[in-house]
Design a binder for this molecule. Structure first.
Ligand code: FES
Length: 96
């Protein structure tokens, strides 16, 4: 009888930072909760109102690609909608 090893890879933590305050999230998670904790205002939470627009000061390459909703809202780098992006890894510094 064969033996199968299953390895659960632990996800590491990424960081959202604003004015020295940091909130950790798991790699690949949406940043909405972290941004909420940092004080970013939210409205629709669905990419339709633009209230949650944040400026990415550092680490834009650590975020998921711009979404259709962000394109529809005319959001362009260095800005993103906090309710739409995911952080892939590392640190992302935001301003709002
Ligand atoms: S909360 Fe409305 S676009 Fe993000």
């Amino acid at each position: 009888m064969g033996c199968v090893n299953i390895v659960f890879k632990e996800r590491s933590m990424a960081v959202i930072e604003n004015e020295g305050k940091i909130v950790k999230v798991e790699d690949g998670d949406k940043i909405i909760t972290a941004c909420n904790q940092l004080g970013v205002p939210f409205g629709c939470k669905g990419g339709a109102c633009g209230v949650c627009e944040i400026e990415i000061e550092e680490g834009a390459e650590n975020l998921s690609y711009i979404t259709e909703e962000e394109e529809m809202m005319g959001v362009k780098p260095p800005f993103r909608l906090a309710c739409m992006c995911k952080i892939l890894k590392g640190t992302v510094k935001i301003k709002f």
